[in-house]
Write a protein that binds this ligand. Structure first.
Ligand code: ARG
Length: 566
């Protein structure tokens, strides 16, 4: 049920009936209770373009609004149309969605493939906080598209190709030959440093490293074997993070940079055939309109670049995977890179003209003092440690509230800690930088996962105390039930908007508002109190239950779990 779209359709028919031929401006949620549930503010701009009085236009429109779903309309101020939804209709719709396992959301197959490119860690280095943001946001978008019925293909474009691997496998070979254990590989950052130090001071090692680069790229099986071992070990670290984080990326979703190696010469040939390539200092470049720097696709020594691989990946995703929308969940600082490869991929016909290519950019994660998030000595924060800390801190926070058995406490701490970390990231507009603050994210108050999980647990506790079958119907009677009901019917509008804009914070804002309305409802409308008649009790229990189900579903799209007791 898309409540807002339903109201928009009614207004749009009224415009049509009133012979007003103009694009429809969407209704908005009313800003104050006195203004009803929704407002249509389009009369003012129509007045300007039609050269008429806005109040007259508003009167003309309201005359044609069919009353049924809408109970009444009022014109206010210069020509605002205030809209009230009927309680009878609201009750009826709420009963429909509360009986539907999909909560009234149409999950019909959309027959459209969406590729979500996210996480994409580099195998030579430890996963850093930038990859954490990409992993969290990307997974949410993939979950959401899936829930809405799209065919979703997750792609983990890991960085496993490039000159540094020569050095790394030469060093790995030494570790093996000396019979040392792979312990050193557990800390990739450290391993990289050791290899680099050796590379800088030992000429014969450096030469071997260079030789190995050429060998991997020309398919030498000995070197590729070493390389594979290195990649497998690094990927195991990433998987540990994915598992702890509860994201759905699997081994099958990895399509690494190296997977496109065989396509690269073809990419260059194609670009040349289309006349897009110019030589500059021996390098093959593409000069784009409105771009100061050209896109280099092949270096003068014949080596390919990050961009060349991304062009091959675009080609593959469009032609082989048949994607109609491709979302790249990558740090905002790669904006220019994506603008360039997107443009080239369309110009070269690697991608159909009407395929939507989107850089889902996100800002930097900052510490409380507003500096990029680092360890005390300026190094990268190990993600796995960050996740562990979230769980430990969550345990502290929740043990002060409810007495839980030990294993329940462990599980709850995980759900709360990981939930807090994800929610804190997802609840800010992804394009802005975001400040990482443990205290804020683990607060019971405010726009946090814990607040939502607490609202959910509270409803479960009411249902436990009631301890019976839910029967009867939702019957909306008072103002707060009405507001809660409207919000419940806006779930699908919210999901659609979140998916269209690829902005997870639309969903978190919605859930926060919903949970807040529920708390108000709960405080003002007793459910289990003595003396409440059966019909009212059932109606309120059903409303509470529906709220819990929507919170649970919304959080699950965000990759966050709930618990029954908190
Ligand atoms: N490995 C890249 C990085 O760490 C991210 C990959 C993003 N995806 C892509 N298709 N370029 O910056």
């Amino acid at each position: 049920m898309k409540l807002k779209s339903t109201i928009n359709n009614i207004i749009s028919s009224a415009l049509h009936e009133a012979n007003i031929d103009a694009p429809m401006q969407s209704v908005t949620n009313a800003t104050r209770k006195e203004f009803g549930d929704f407002q249509y503010n389009g009369a003012m701009s129509l007045a300007k373009s039609l050269g008429l009085n806005p109040r007259e236009i508003a009167t003309n429109i309201t005359k044609h609004i069919t009353l049924n779903i809408i109970e009444k309309v009022e014109i206010a101020g210069p020509g605002f149309i205030n809209i009230w939804i009927s309680n009878d209709w609201l009750s009826k719709e709420l009963n429909v969605i509360s009986k539907d396992i999909n909560l009234g959301i149409s999950r019909d197959k959309k027959n459209q493939t969406i590729v979500v490119d996210y996480s994409g860690p580099n195998m030579a280095k430890e996963m850093h906080v930038g990859h954490l943001r990409s992993t969290i946001i990307g997974d949410t978008l993939a979950n959401l598209f899936e829930f809405l019925g799209y065919d979703v293909i997750r792609q983990n474009h890991i960085g496993d190709w490039g000159t540094q691997f020569g050095m790394l496998i030469a060093y790995l070979e030494e570790v093996q030959n000396e019979g040392r254990s792979y312990e050193e590989l557990k800390d990739l950052e450290h391993f990289y440093k050791l290899a680099k130090a050796k590379f800088d001071e030992d000429i014969s090692f450096a030469n071997k490293a260079r030789e190995y680069v050429v060998k991997i790229q020309s398919g030498d099986s000995y070197c590729l074997g070493l390389w594979q071992k290195f990649i497998d070990t690094s990927l195991t670290h990433c998987e540990e993070v994915y598992n702890k984080l509860g994201v759905k990326l699997r081994k099958e979703d990895v399509r690494a940079e190296s997977a496109y190696n065989d396509m690269l010469s073809q990419v260059i040939k194609e670009l040349e055939a289309k006349g897009l390539i110019k030589l500059s200092n021996g390098a093959k470049c593409i000069f784009l309109p409105n771009s100061e720097v050209p896109l280099i696709v092949q270096k003068s020594d014949g080596g390919y670049l990050y961009a060349t691989t991304d062009l091959a990946a675009l080609w593959y995703r469009s032609q082989t995977l048949n994607a109609k929308r491709i979302c790249y969940v990558v740090d905002a600082r790669q904006g220019e890179h994506f603008r360039q490869v997107f443009w080239v991929s369309k110009e070269a016909n690697f991608v159909d003209k009407n395929t939507s290519l989107e850089h889902i950019a996100f800002g930097t994660m900052m510490d409380k003092s507003g500096k990029p998030f680092k360890t005390r000595d300026g190094g990268t924060v190990k993600l796995i440690h960050l996740l562990d800390e979230a769980i430990i801190r969550a345990k502290d926070t929740i043990s002060s509230k409810e007495q839980l058995d030990n294993d329940v406490l462990e599980h709850t701490a995980k759900v709360v800690g990981i939930g807090a970390l994800k929610y804190a990231d997802l609840s800010v507009n992804r394009e802005s930088n975001y400040i990482f603050d443990w205290d804020k994210m683990l607060s019971f108050d405010g726009n946090t996962a814990l607040y939502m999980q607490y609202a959910y647990a509270r409803i479960q506790s009411i249902l436990r105390r009631f301890d019976g079958e839910l029967e009867g119907e939702i019957v909306i009677k008072n103002d707060i039930e009405h507001k809660l009901g409207i919000s419940l019917l806006e779930f699908e509008d919210t999901l659609t908007k979140t998916a269209d804009d690829a902005m997870p914070h639309h969903l978190t804002s919605y859930l926060y508002e919903l949970a807040t309305l529920f708390m108000q409802f709960y405080e003002s409308s007793p459910i289990l109190k003595e003396g409440i008649d059966f019909e009212t009790k059932m109606s309120r229990l059903l409303l509470a239950n529906l709220t819990a189900n929507i919170i649970k579903q919304g959080l699950s799209i965000l990759g966050i779990e709930v618990v029954d007791k908190l």
